[in-house]
Design a protein around this ligand. Structure first.
Ligand code: C2E
Ligand code: MG
Ligand code: MG
Length: 662
């Protein structure tokens, strides 16, 4: 049996003390454990909160394409989370050497913070300047314990008014470059810690992504609205601005507006001769020059108190449009057009060659009569075509009169197309007689008439010009050639072995110079079976001037088959004797204006005599046109003119009437 032995009192005290120490140790350990656990929990909580913060900012960033919105979410969330008084976002501008406030900020207490908000709004900081500038320069976060004593803090006065003390700022990164800066301010000390730096780094990266996306989006929009080659606005952007300018003008809120159509003269030829690279370089150079001179004109106008704004756009290959928005004075627009002409006057050096490229400008001024900008541009375009017809480097302003003329021409063109399709043309034949034997008809000149469905029989003066301009003369001329040859061939057959009058056919410059012309003549000769020596082709001096070498080759070839050639309207054009020498014509036709003037002008008589002399020297026959009186006929005959044509002998008449004279 064991006995319980009571401890000695000394032992008891020792044991108690030991137990107490153990308890104390245990409590301390427990407290420490509790403290550690609490701290861990707090850390966990804090890091959870920070993760949530990051999450909210990331969500905000992903939900918007606007960088400002994403920055605003970030600045607000960070301030609230950290309990900081003010947050502000700045974006890098220029060549990446400045950051500028983008008016995105958060103030816990806007009323109190007003002076500092004002001092921060839109302010720029160069590299190293102030807090944002330091972040930009060093590409890392910066902390200031007390802005009041910081030597590099320009907004110190405003900060003092708001009671701000500590500050920190972080970069927003796109790749390796700083794209923006977020800065924060508090009235108490901000202690930088590792976690905070980490989270700020991540926020910076998230925001950087939005900036990247935003840049890409802006890039796409820019590309969609600009011409890739000249970097000028394109037609879409031009129309956008023109339409809003037009709307302002219509609502009478703004001043007037004008549009210009600028079309380069002879650009195609430059492109063809010097190549597309040179052509592109020229377009870029011209765009740059026009842009510069328009900007300078804008500045001058602004200095003079006239606040118009111009948009230069490239809207086609060598076509530019200018919108002059907010202009009331037509003279300013005319001056601007003159400025553009002047700036294009200096030659450009392309592929080692000096090239001068002028422009034709059409101007239309906005009026309330216009329904939309499209109509204005159409009118400016019409005016531009008119300017082109005046030669190079000209401007024309659209007027109602011009509009009427152009509409008339357009209508005529449509009617001419119909006339060709429906064969509304007829040929009349005017006799050409021998002056020594006026009864002896040598030939006929085929003269076209248009049997217009509503206007009756029209003379060539009413439509030949438009036919020339529109190229329709090629179809008409082709018909005339075939019809006249077929008709003359029929006469010859009917005459049997009798006289075979020649037929004179007017050939337009365009028709004559088209590559297929010689072939066409040959085909018609073959198909109609007409004797080539009874065909005379009349061309005017204009043809010879256009391309003398080519003209000479064509004439030679045609004459080789026996066809005769006449130089029509001699004396009215350029009348250069040098080309007469080189061009093979069988006959000269003295223009009827000289014949008419012979009656009372000795000078005219002298001219006619001289023409006859020249022709004789060169071995050419002469036909006098427009003989109306017996006196004229007698005079011409005395001077030795062989043939004549005019009302005295007969007007141009229908085929059957003409044939009856034979
Ligand atoms: P052109 O070739 O010089 O033709 C002579 C013009 O003078 C004709 O006018 C004729 O009617 C007119 N004429 C003839 N004798 C007299 C006269 O005694 N007094 C007056 N005042 N005039 C006279 P038309 O038929 O009106 O033709 C005018 C011009 O139209 C022609 O001038 C010619 O350049 C052009 N033309 C006529 N037919 C054709 C054609 O088939 N093709 C082309 N391309 N042009 C044509
Ligand atoms: Mg003629
Ligand atoms: Mg003539």
């Amino acid at each position: 049996m064991k006995h319980f032995v009571a401890p000695e009192p000394r032992d008891l005290a020792t044991r108690l003390a030991r137990a107490e120490r153990r308890t104390a140790r245990e409590r301390a350990a427990r407290l420490e454990a509790e403290a550690i656990a609490e701290q861990g929990l707090r850390r966990l909580y804090e890091s959870q909160q920070r993760l949530l913060l990051l999450q909210r900012i990331t969500d905000g960033a992903n939900q918007t394409a606007e960088i400002e919105t994403a920055l605003h979410v970030a600045v607000t969330e960070i301030c609230r989370h950290m309990d900081w008084s003010f947050g502000n976002a700045l974006l890098v501008s220029g060549q990446g050497d400045t950051v500028t406030g983008c008016d995105v900020w958060y103030a816990a207490d806007p009323d109190v913070m007003f002076p500092f908000v004002e001092a921060s709004r839109g302010v720029s900081f160069g590299k190293g300047a102030g807090l944002p500038g330091r972040v930009l320069m060093d590409v890392r976060p910066h902390w200031i314990d007390d802005v009041m004593v910081d030597p590099n803090f320009p907004r110190v006065a405003a900060a003092a008014q708001c009671g701000l003390a500590a500050a920190c700022a972080f970069p927003v990164m796109v790749g390796d470059e700083v794209a923006g800066v977020l800065e924060f301010y508090a009235r108490r000390l901000i202690v930088p810690d590792h976690d905070l730096l980490g989270i700020m780094g991540q926020i910076g990266t998230q925001l950087g992504r939005v900036i990247e996306r935003d840049r890409a989006r802006r890039g796409l929009i820019h590309d969609a609205l600009h011409d890739a080659m000249t970097r000028l606005p394109n037609r879409t952007l031009f129309m956008e601005r023109a339409e809003s300018g037009f709307a302002r003008m219509r609502s009478r809120q703004g001043a007037g507006m004008a549009v210009m159509v600028v079309d380069l003269d002879g650009f195609k030829a430059i492109n063809d001769t010097l190549g597309h690279h040179a052509g592109d370089a020229l377009l870029i150079e011209i765009a740059r020059r026009m842009q510069a001179c328009i900007a300078a004109a804008e500045d001058t106008a602004r200095d003079g108190g006239a606040a118009w704004q111009a948009t230069l756009a490239r809207v086609g290959g060598d076509e530019f449009n200018v919108l002059v928005d907010g202009v009331d004075d037509p003279a300013s627009v005319g001056d601007l057009a003159d400025t553009i002409h002047r700036c294009l006057a200096a030659p450009s050096v392309l592929a080692g060659t000096h090239v001068r490229c002028q422009a034709s400008i059409g101007i239309a001024h906005g009026t309330t009569a216009y329904g939309d900008v499209g109509q204005m541009l159409r009118d400016a375009d019409l005016a531009m075509y008119r300017a082109k017809s005046h030669g190079r480097g000209q401007s024309v302003t659209f007027t109602d009169q011009l509009g009427v003329e152009v509409r008339h021409r357009t209508q005529l063109e449509q009617e001419l197309r119909q006339a060709i399709a429906e064969r509304q043309f007829v040929l009349h034949y005017q006799p050409i007689v021998s002056l020594t034997d006026p009864d002896g008809v040598c030939g006929f000149e085929a003269l076209i008439r248009w049997n217009h469905p509503s206007r009756g029989l029209l003379a060539p003066a009413a439509f030949i010009d438009v036919a020339e301009e529109t190229g329709l003369i090629l179809f008409i001329g082709d018909w005339v050639l075939r019809e006249a040859c077929a008709q003359a061939s029929a006469w010859h057959q009917r005459a049997g072995g009798g006289p075979r009058p020649f037929v004179s056919i007017n050939i337009s410059p365009q028709q004559f110079l088209q590559p297929e012309f010689v072939g066409r003549v040959h085909t018609v000769l073959m198909e109609t079976g007409i004797a080539p020596e009874t065909v005379r082709l009349e061309v005017t001096e204009g043809v010879a001037i256009l391309d003398a070498v080519r003209t000479s080759t064509i004439l030679e070839e045609i004459r080789g088959w026996g066809v005769k050639t006449s130089l029509d309207d001699f004396g009215t054009g350029f009348s250069s004797l040098s080309y007469l020498q080189t061009l093979p014509f069988d006959a000269l036709k003295i223009d009827r204006s000289f014949v008419a003037a012979m009656d009372d002008s000795s000078t005219s008589r002298g001219i006619v005599r001289a023409i006859l002399d020249i022709a004789k020297t060169m071995g050419m026959a002469v036909i006098a046109e427009g003989i109306e009186t017996a006196e004229q006929a007698a005079m011409l005959q005395r001077m030795g003119c062989e043939m004549g044509q005019g009302f005295l002998y007969g007007r141009a008449e229908e085929n059957s009437v003409a044939f009856a004279r034979l």
